[in-house]
Each structure stands twice: as structure tokens, then as C-alpha cells.
Design a protein around this ligand. Structure first.
Ligand code: C2E
Ligand code: MG
Ligand code: MG
Ligand code: MG
Length: 282
């Protein structure tokens, strides 16, 4: 009895593993041709200055439309990181978004900053990915206020190379942000060791504001700590007026989340900025 159910359990396990691995394999093949087939696009999520209630920047987020279906970002970013394909995607997003925002800022004579995600892969790949990426950032930074978002994990892994890159980025006038702050290996010492400007409090904390004392205490503490270190704070995943009120009470600098806007397609984002510009002119 026991043996049989044990063996069935094992068979079920390998079958599931096989399905998962086949799915990943086919997704990986599709990923390989997605760029040439024009399947990627970029969406823009407003980042709002909480003192002025105004959009100051936006985060560029990649979207993958494959055969009429949107593939969830979390399903392919990890895979693209494993295969190294992510570097190409990051370059596509950077090129596309900086072109779009440069044009938009000109059109409305209203500069909007651009915040981009970069995969840790670009710093460890042995090919010329880092060079290509830095070239694109250099070009973009000539016309735009650029922020580069990276995760804490990076700052622990490869500090010499990272320090060199961060120093170079700072010299270009680029702002450095730590994404998903509070979820990683936060040893905190890196906050003073590296030239960091902004922390983005992870949405897992923000989501529970007004519901639980612990994320509230942690969020308030992250904001206070950041300000003491002269860093600015973006709260990610703001969804309710109550969360916003708490964040404002703690003097959080920026907010991003569905309460303000979802990530928007180019034309939608453009309309959004147009609205803001005309409201300012009244
Ligand atoms: P992230 O950089 O932390 O981006 C924020 C994510 O939170 C986005 O998910 C955004 O759509 C979502 N979000 C924003 N506001 C809210 C809210 O109020 N509620 C909830 N529930 N979610 C909200 P998305 O676009 O699915 O991206 C997921 C992750 O994929 C990103 O997390 C980032 O780590 C990665 N990613 C996205 N685009 C790129 C890219 O171009 N390059 C790289 N390397 N990674 C990217
Ligand atoms: Mg991000
Ligand atoms: Mg984040
Ligand atoms: Mg995230």
C-alpha cells in the first residue's frame, strides 16, 4: 500500500516536473525570436511627487504579447535572466523608452524622468552587454533625467565591478534606485558604501498599510532611515487613499501604484501628461 502510493507520488512528481520543463523550454524558444518579431512593447507607470501631487517620472516596464496573448512579466523575466536574453530585452526597453520620452518631453515642454530596470545579468555576462548598455544609458542621459533601478542582491554579489559602474553612472548624472527594498538581503551597510540616491519600498509592505502594525512600523522606519541618510523614497504599489495618507504622514517623497495609474501604453501615458500640463496652465 505505502509503497504503491509512494511510487504514484513519485510518478506524479516527475510528470509535473516534465510538464514544467517542457513549458519553460517552449517559452524559452519563443523568447529567442520575440525581439525580431516585434512582440515586446514598453508600458509607463507614473511616479508621483507626493508633495506636489504631480507626475515627475515614470517607470518603463516591458510587456510581451505572444500570439495575441500577454505573457505575465514574472513568467518570462526569470527565464530571460537564466538564458541571458534579458540583456537584449533591457536594451530594447531602454532604447524605446528614451526615444519616446525625449519626444514627449519636447512635445509638451514638460520634462518627465525615466526610471528603468536593469537585470543583474548585465554586470556578470562575459560578452559586451555591459558596454552596449552603458552606451545607451550615456546617450539617454544627454536628453533625459534617468534613474536606474537595481535590486539589493546585486550590491552584495559583485561589489568591485558594481562600484565601478555606479561611479560611472553618477558621473553621467544618473540617479540610482534600489528596487523592492526591504525584501532582500538588506545588510544596510551598502546604503552608505555605494552612491545610492533612492530606495523603492517594496509593495509587499505598502499593500498592508492600514491593516497590520508591523509593515507600518517597517515602512515608517525605512522612510526615516532613508531621510537620515539623505536618500529619497518611492513607495511602490500604492492602491488606496488610506495608504497614501499614511505615506504622506511619514513624509514619503514619491508614490507609484494603481491608486494613481496602472502602467500605461504610450498613447495613454501621453494623454495623461497632456492632462497634467493643461491643468498646470489654468
Ligand atoms: P518592479 O520593477 O518592482 O515593478 C513594479 C511592478 O509592480 C510592475 O509589475 C507593476 O506593474 C506592478 N505594480 C505597480 N503598481 C502596482 C499596484 O498598485 N499593485 C500591484 N499589485 N502591482 C503594481 P510588472 O510590470 O509585472 O513587472 C514585474 C517585475 O518584472 C518588475 O518589478 C521588474 O522587476 C521586472 N521587469 C519589468 N520590466 C523589466 C525590464 O524592462 N527589465 C528588467 N530587467 N526587469 C523588468
Ligand atoms: Mg522596478
Ligand atoms: Mg519594485
Ligand atoms: Mg518587483
Amino acid at each position: 500500500e505505502v509503497k504503491r502510493s509512494g511510487r504514484n507520488g513519485w510518478q506524479f512528481f516527475t510528470r509535473t516536473m516534465q510538464v514544467v520543463s517542457e513549458k519553460r523550454h517552449s517559452l524559452s524558444n519563443k523568447l529567442a525570436t520575440a525581439i525580431q518579431n516585434n512582440e515586446f512593447s514598453v508600458y509607463y507607470q507614473p511616479i508621483v511627487d507626493l508633495t506636489e501631487s504631480r507626475i515627475k517620472k515614470c517607470e518603463a516596464l516591458v510587456r510581451w504579447m505572444h500570439e495575441g496573448k500577454q505573457i505575465p512579466t514574472d513568467e518570462f523575466i526569470g527565464l530571460a535572466e537564466e538564458t541571458g536574453r534579458i540583456n537584449e530585452i533591457d536594451r530594447f526597453v531602454l532604447e524605446r523608452s528614451s526615444k519616446f520620452l525625449t519626444q514627449l518631453s519636447h512635445q509638451y515642454k514638460h520634462p518627465i524622468g525615466l526610471s528603468i530596470n536593469v537585470s543583474p545579468r548585465v554586470f556578470s555576462t562575459k560578452d559586451n552587454s555591459l558596454e552596449l548598455w552603458l552606451d545607451l544609458v550615456t546617450k539617454a542621459a544627454r536628453h533625459l533625467d534617468i534613474t536606474v533601478e537595481m535590486t539589493e542582491r546585486l550590491l552584495i554579489d559583485e561589489s568591485d565591478r558594481i562600484m565601478w559602474v555606479l561611479t560611472k553612472l553618477k558621473a553621467l548624472g544618473v540617479t540610482i534606485a534600489i528596487d523592492d527594498f526591504g525584501t532582500g538581503y538588506s545588510s544596510l551597510s551598502y546604503l552608505t558604501k555605494f552612491p545610492i540616491d533612492i530606495i523603492k519600498v517594496d509593495q509587499s509592505f505598502v499593500k498592508r498599510l492600514g491593516e497590520d502594525r508591523i509593515p507600518e512600523a517597517l515602512t515608517e522606519t525605512m522612510i526615516t532611515l532613508s531621510h537620515k541618510l539623505s536618500l529619497e523614497v518611492v513607495a511602490e504599489g500604492v492602491e488606496t487613499a488610506q495608504q497614501l495618507a499614511m505615506l504622506k504622514g511619514w513624509h514619503c517623497d514619491y508614490g507609484q501604484g494603481y491608486y494613481f495609474d496602472k502602467p500605461l501604453a504610450e498613447n495613454e501615458f501621453s494623454q495623461r501628461i497632456r492632462k497634467q500640463v493643461s491643468a498646470l496652465q489654468i
